[in-house]
Design a protein around this ligand. Structure first.
Ligand SMILES: Cc1ncc(COP(=O)(O)O)c(C=O)c1O
Ligand SMILES: N[C@@H](Cc1ccc(O)cc1)C(=O)O
Length: 460
């Protein structure tokens, strides 16, 4: 008999009870939170799919490592273990730990970007672009067009469009392009992967112009899974081999360990160039902490080093991506419009097709995320016009083609029964979608506005 069933590759040793509020209570909480799911209290959330960042469940092996934290100010042994594992799995020479991903983005942006520079990348990420802009650079999107089309089934929607990249270099001159900012997978495009063929081609092109490639390796293990699944020639390679080959076409990486590396806090910058390393090692003491802890406790470094070993285990990563797919396929069965192919860390609802009657400046994705919380206490995140922010030159809203709500799956935290509940709730909101009529922004912070903006419901 053919066996199709699959299960979580772990058993549960400790549990955290969940609490569900009544519909009236949830509506009250939503109003108090200004219809922004970032402003809800965690205790008022039933199933938390806001983010996969720092929300992972650690293993007993990682917790055991926490007890071995060497909390020396300088030269903690956990740092050296992390450094050795980074070299083993990612292949870069030098490591600078940071408290999380954006700490590393800050360092590399300050070191490499001069005012007036252009930084091409495969779609923006909010914090990455913010640091590039604060350093005086301008981000330029060079992802393939398919990435902006939620219905395109291209298997590697994270790929760089080499023509777009080369025409930018020719237009502004290679000396104004300090590096290509390459993310694998691409968060804002729906967790979409980059193929090995594409990263190799990006390497060849940039080498001709003497331009670096800095990888956002936050979800590069998930990217490696897609390469193994979809790219000819990689089916028999291990995830660890694929990851290391991928990184070998780049000059360094920023890392938010809070995702792939299965921890609750941590990150790093890794580079091959000794001079950049020296500068980063010097700057980190100003902004994060000494170069052997970067704002982290020794135990956090240990947990991240151990998470790195677990992240590349085949049964773990397969289950991880298949659980996301399980939720996506359930939603498709209910006829809910989602971004395809289903990505590595989240299912993205296509709010433009879900709520076609709400114009983009009435924040359809924000409206939808609020409605899902009101329906079931499931927390998701807006990834549309609010996240895109304003153009720093014109001050106008940026109008992204993708207006999405992200249902992000924490690693090793929820079971597929939770996914069933989520799918049913989204389907119920879909059935009643005509009742929703949009929001008005009543408070807008200057930086990364989506985190703290407040809204009020609009009458239809
Ligand atoms: C692709 C990507 N890059 C960078 C970051 C920044 O990492 P952190 O949240 O650890 O600062 C995140 C999440 O924030 C991310 O998803
Ligand atoms: N990187 C995390 C946390 C985060 C969320 C939204 C952001 O725009 C920035 C950071 C995530 O993607 O969930």
């Amino acid at each position: 008999m053919e066996r199709k069933a699959w299960a979580e590759p772990y058993r549960i040793k400790m549990v955290e009870p969940l609490r569900m509020l009544s519909r009236e209570e949830r509506e009250q909480k939503l109003s108090e939170a200004g219809y922004n799911t970032f402003l809800l209290r965690s205790e008022d959330v039933y199933i938390d799919l806001l983010t996969d960042s720092g929300t992972n469940a650690m293993s007993d092996y990682q917790w055991a490592g926490m007890m071995l934290g060497d909390e020396a100010y300088a030269g903690s042994r956990n740092f050296y273990y992390l450094e050795a594992n980074m070299q083993k799995y990612y292949g870069y020479k030098y490591l600078v730990p940071t408290h999380q991903g954006r700490g590393a983005e800050h360092l590399i942006s300050r070191i490499l970007i001069k005012p007036g520079d252009f930084i091409p990348g495969n779609m923006y990420f909010t914090t990455t672009r913010q640091h590039q802009e604060l350093a005086g650079g301008t981000f330029v999107d060079v992802i393939i067009d398919e990435a902006h089309d939620p219905a395109s089934t291209h298997p590697f929607k994270g790929n760089v469009d080499l023509d777009k990249l080369e025409s930018l270099i020719k237009k502004v001159g290679a000396e104004k392009v300090p590096y290509v900012s390459l993310a694998a997978t691409v968060n804002m495009a729906g967790g979409q992967p980059v193929s090995m063929e594409n990263v190799r081609a990006v390497r060849e092109l940039t080498a001709r112009y003497g331009i670096r490639v800095i990888l956002d390796a936050t979800r590069a293990v998930e990217n490696a899974f897609f390469i193994k699944e979809r790219e000819p020639g990689y089916q028999h390679k291990t995830i660890a081999e694929i990851l290391k080959e991928f990184c070998s076409y780049t000059d360094g990486c920023t890392m938010s360990g809070k995702k792939d590396l299965l921890v609750n806090i941590g990150g790093f910058l890794a580079v091959n160039d000794e001079e950049i390393f020296q500068q980063a090692r010097n700057l980190v003491v100003v902004y994060e902490g000494l170069h052997t802890y970067g704002g982290l406790a020794g135990r956090d470094l240990e947990a991240m080093a151990r998470g790195m070993e677990e992240a590349v285990q085949e049964d773990y990563i397969r289950h991880r991506v298949l659980q996301v797919r399980y939720l996506g396929e359930k939603l498709q069965q209910h006829g809910v419009p989602i971004v395809v192919p289903i990505g590595g860390h989240a299912v993205f609802l296509d709010a433009k097709r879900f709520l076609p009657h709400i114009p983009q400046d009435r924040f359809p994705a924000q409206t939808l995320a609020a409605a899902i919380y009101a329906d079931s206490g499931v927390r998701s995140m807006e990834r549309g016009i609010v996240s895109a922010g304003r153009d720093p030159k014109t001050g106008d809203h940026r109008y992204p083609k993708l207006e999405l709500v992200r249902l992000t799956i924490p690693r090793r935290v929820y079971t597929n029964a939770h996914m069933d509940v989520v799918a049913e709730s989204v389907a119920a909101v879909y059935q009643e979608r005509e009742k929703l009529s949009g929001l008005r922004m009543v408070y807008e912070p200057t930086y990364l506005r989506f985190f703290q903006a407040r809204f009020e419901p609009l009458a239809s």
